[in-house]
Design a protein. Structure first.
Length: 146
């Protein structure tokens, strides 16, 4: 009689792993994890801090940007497509309606001099740094002989 050798019980462990992976993909909460509706990135260089926000499918006229008390607020809206009553969706992950994002601005930026642009669904806002916040070199002087 021959016996199948299963080192370390891998066969049963793999079946258990396979069942767990299958369960995760059947779990609707796993498949639809929350993510920012308007993902952003912030980066800086010596002169400025720049914020970019993805707003795909949003018209420039539907984007509002404001600053109050060092808080930047971005509001954007995307209208849902017209429903003719005959359309059946099999997958619907795109969001419609209004999205609002707020960001606290560091005190080292001159928000009154900010510049915003919108291109290809990406909002870019550049905040120049205040002069006192910019890196500078201080000259070291020697003492002069008297």
């Amino acid at each position: 009689m021959m016996t199948l050798w299963r080192p370390f019980g891998l066969d049963s462990s793999l079946r258990g792993l396979d069942r767990e992976v299958e369960r995760l993909f059947q779990d609707k909460t796993f498949a639809h994890r929350a993510r920012p509706e308007a993902p952003a990135e912030v980066f800086e260089n010596d002169d400025s801090i720049t914020l970019r926000v993805d707003l795909p499918g949003v018209n420039q006229s539907d984007v509002q940007v404001g600053v109050e008390n060092n808080v930047l607020t971005i509001k954007a809206s995307r209208a849902a497509p017209a429903d003719d009553g005959r359309t059946v969706y099999h997958l619907a992950e795109r969001g419609y309606g209004e999205v609002t994002r707020t960001f606290r601005l560091p005190g080292r930026v001159a928000s009154e001099s900010a510049e915003a642009s919108y291109e290809d669904g990406v909002l870019s806002i550049r905040f120049p740094k205040r002069a006192e916040a910019k890196p500078r070199t201080i000259e070291v002087k020697g003492r002069t002989a008297s």
